[in-house]
Write a protein that binds this ligand. Structure first.
Ligand SMILES: [Zn+2]
Ligand SMILES: [Zn+2]
Length: 99
């Protein structure tokens, strides 16, 4: 059986464990401080997590943000390549003008 790597948090919003966003292992079921049930939380934002299996570790919001960042990085790389090309053209233009 695959190990459940999800993170749990205390479901009691008044508990210091919830306030400090303390993380518990998936095997643990109850908060050692207040005794409330531990629920799966997002590994990134500690927000509520839908139970979609042991590999589902981050919430929809963080997943969207992560793929958004990835898209931006690719976009930025393209822009860098484009500006490097125009710099090369500018340099070539300067060299041509010198002659
Ligand atoms: Zn608690
Ligand atoms: Zn999240």
């Amino acid at each position: 059986m695959a190990k459940d790597k999800r993170i749990k948090g205390c479901s009691n919003p008044l508990c210091q464990k919830a306030e400090r966003k303390s993380k518990f292992k998936a095997e643990e079921n109850f908060c050692p401080i207040c005794g409330s049930e531990l629920v799966f939380v997002c590994a990134k934002c500690h927000g509520p997590l839908e139970d979609e299996g042991p590999n589902h570790k981050i919430c929809g919001g963080c997943e969207a943000a992560a793929s958004d960042r990835k898209a931006k990085v690719i976009d930025g790389g393209k822009k860098m390549a484009a500006s490097a090309g125009s710099v090369a053209l500018a340099v070539a233009g300067v060299l041509l003008r010198k002659k």
